[in-house]
Design a protein around this ligand. Sequence first.
Ligand SMILES: [Zn+2]
Ligand SMILES: [Zn+2]
Length: 131
Amino acid sequence: MKKYHTEQRRRLLSFLQEHSDRQFSVEEIAEYLCGDGTISVSSIYRNINAMAAEGMIQRFPREGSRTFLYQYIGDGDCREHIHMKCEICGSIFHLDQEAMAAIDASASAAAAGFHINKKKTILYGACGKCK
Ligand SMILES: [Zn+2]
Ligand SMILES: [Zn+2]
């Protein structure tokens, strides 16, 4: 049972890693992965929310809907910094530690100890290649 779950998680993660420039809804992921019946929509939900909590998946609120889109961002210290997303090619960039420390300090100074929720904060723009 446990091993089966680990395998589902591994397949989901490798799918998202292979398409790390895109964001998917759970329904879209299900279309790709549920074809052979070895992974269920409910297990995709469970696993993807766990991975989002661990910081390797970014959750994007979907406009006009209460659902989310998901994109792989990396398995490093992604809980510790803000991400930038290119609106043209979809690539995700990681703000470095120094820049993050400066932003944290400015936010905190500007509003009496303000704390940025890094998991929810995304900077949108165009990357150097797409600009
Ligand atoms: Zn990151
Ligand atoms: Zn780009």
